[in-house]
Design a protein around this ligand. Structure first.
Ligand SMILES: Cc1cc2nc3c(=O)[nH]c(=O)nc-3n(C[C@H](O)[C@H](O)[C@H](O)COP(=O)(O)OP(=O)(O)OC[C@H]3O[C@@H](n4cnc5c(N)ncnc54)[C@H](O)[C@@H]3O)c2cc1C
Length: 515
């Protein structure tokens, strides 16, 4: 197995026909219409299963979805739950989206996403080599505040762990340590650490002190050191609902999926062979069930469903992490022409990033052209739970004024502020208790970005991978071919080979993807 090439996994195993046997079409209910639920529904429907997809909100997309917003200037636009970056190594998510457009023409590459520091520092991630460890060396050399004498102080052994990811070894050695303790152990100058790592660590919504170091090392591997695509991401060139989820809903409907929105599931009755799902508009009965919910939604449904109590021991340990804040502003004047579409920020208040929407999204570009203004979005992740919505909003605006001073004079034409707490926590020591896709009930599976995945992945890609895997797990007993799952290499370049650790090679049936 190569340590630098993408891999294809056939999970559970490559076997059988593409479709369920004719005349025997089983039925499935997928609860939750975020990426994980959409991914599961797609594979099940393509293989001939009769699927009902139930979503609590009015639109599909979940945390990557949107909702209508009426502007005082007359337009009805789409507000999103927040800016999303679609990385090139999100192979499974891209495979899902290729169902609606094989060329993925709804995605546009962002040339750079710099990190801005409080003293005018800029850390650029553009143009880095794609090969490991060349990209690490290039990034280190261009980092402000990281001089040769600083490098001599850095804890090399701790730093090398970023190149040595191996799921078994990394979780065994680092899951009980916090990300902040691991980062402190690098002994890197404070300002360099902030520019290089703090924005990255925060992007997973968890506060560093309460996040597992093993999860952080997995993220380094997935996004940087083990990623053959380079640090490049794409953005969606129209609102996420318009560009992705409505076309995806049409794709599913054309394959017979019954989609019910505004259909919050309240209770599930599992009687062995059959499963009854009660929701806001009635009850659906099916042979199989996918629970593709956020942490709070999953725990609430299981709590209220006595026949699903067998799932509770695993699911009860899950937690949502600290809240995040998203503030979108429609300003009466443009930001400076040299402002990039997306910049990470560090060192000033809670602000984690600034997006300038008219630079990449058609709907905002049209508003900006018609009114001469800017559409700016500000994010704060891992917000301290004691911070009020007003405090977070005021802090985000102060951060915008500090980084983009030209906005101080701007009038806010319209704004929408969201503060939610529905992203999963990855606490130290949590890995062993994280629920898997398969459950103790053979016809019930879990999916979502808080569910354990068998390959390195995170966020939207984890939602898509666990969604495909959930469908594969239900299809396997029917003798139906699984959907392949493509991933970055399972191990880092410097991970010790398994024979040196006295372990058998992993039992995944695994092919190397054609480059
Ligand atoms: C501000 C922000 C920015 C982000 N940026 C990025 C990014 O740049 N890159 C990236 O990869 N990821 C990003 N993410 C993370 C990404 O959005 C999530 O990882 C992904 O959308 C999770 O998908 P999911 O299907 O697992 O969960 P969800 O999207 O949460 O889906 C769960 C669904 O279940 C529904 N539900 C809950 N209870 C019920 C019920 N009782 N009945 C029926 N339905 C119910 C919910 O309404 C929801 O639609 C970001 C998230 C946020 C909040």
């Amino acid at each position: 197995m190569s340590r630098t090439k993408p891999e294809i996994h056939w999970l559970p195993r490559r076997t059988g026909a593409f479709h369920v046997p004719p005349g025997a079409a089983p039925s499935a209910v997928v609860v939750g219409g975020g990426i994980a639920g959409i991914a599961a529904a797609t594979v099940l429907a393509e293989r001939g299963v009769r699927v009902t997809l139930l979503e609590k909100e009015a639109e599909l997309g979940g945390r990557a979805g949107g909702f209508a917003e009426q502007l005082p200037t007359g337009e009805r636009v789409q507000m999103e739950r927040g800016f999303h970056g679609f990385f090139r190594q999100y192979y499974t998510l891209r495979a899902l989206l290729s169902r609606i457009d094989p060329k993925l023409s709804m995605l546009t590459e962002l040339a750079d996403y710099p990190v801005l520091g409080p003293g005018g520092e800029v850390q650029s991630f553009s143009g880095l080599p794609k090969r490991t460890p060349l990209q690490v060396m290039a990034l280190t050399m261009r980092t402000p505040h990281l001089k040769a004498r600083d490098l001599a102080q850095v804890n090399g052994l701790a730093a090398l762990e970023m190149l040595a990811f191996d799921a078994e070894r990394t979780y065994a050695r680092f899951d009980h340590i916090s990300a902040s303790d691991y980062l402190a152990s690098l002994a890197m100058p404070e300002r360099a650490r902030r520019m290089l790592f703090d924005v990255f660590a925060h992007s997973f919504f968890n506060p560093e002190a309460q996040m597992s170091a093993a999860e952080l090392l997995m993220m380094f591997h997935f996004y940087f050191t083990g990623n053959p695509e380079g640090l490049i991401f794409d953005v969606v060139n129209e609102p996420l609902g318009t560009a992705l989820w409505r076309p995806m809903a049409s794709y599913l409907a054309a394959r017979g999926v019954r989609i019910e929105t505004a259909a919050a599931v309240t209770r599930i009755e599992h009687t062995g062979q059959k499963i009854g799902v009660e929701h806001a508009h009635g009850t659906v009965t099916a042979d199989m069930l996918v629970l593709a919910l956020d942490v709070g939604g999953l725990q609430a449904v299981i709590t209220d469903s006595p026949s699903l109590q067998a799932l509770w021991p695993n699911v009860s340990a899950m937690r949502a992490t600290h809240p995040f804040g998203v503030l979108r502003l429609w300003l009466d004047r443009p930001v400076r022409p040299d402002r990039v579409p997306f910049a990470g920020t560090t060192g000033i208040g809670m602000l984690d990033n600034i997006s300038v929407y008219e630079r990449f999204q058609g709907e905002s570009a049209r508003w900006s052209r018609d009114h001469g203004g800017s559409v700016v979005e500000l994010h704060a992740y891992a917000v301290p739970p004691e911070a009020s919505a007003d405090e977070v909003r005021a802090d985000l605006i102060a951060g915008l004024h500090a980084f983009y001073p030209e906005t101080r004079a701007a009038r806010i034409v319209h704004e929408r502020f969201l503060m939610r707490g529905d992203c999963p926590a990855f606490p130290p020591g949590g890995h062993a208790r994280r629920p898997q896709v398969a459950t103790v009930l053979p016809n019930v599976v879990l999916a979502g970005d808080g569910i354990a995945a068998p390959v390195p992945c995170a966020l939207m890609e984890r939602a898509a991978i666990t969604g495909f895997l959930a469908a594969n797990t239900l299809l396997a007993p029917l003798g139906v071919m699984p959907e392949p799952i493509r991933s970055v290499p399972s191990q880092g370049l410097l991970a010790p080979p398994s024979f040196l650790r006295g372990k058998q090679p992993r039992s995944l049936e695994l092919d190397e993807a054609a480059q």
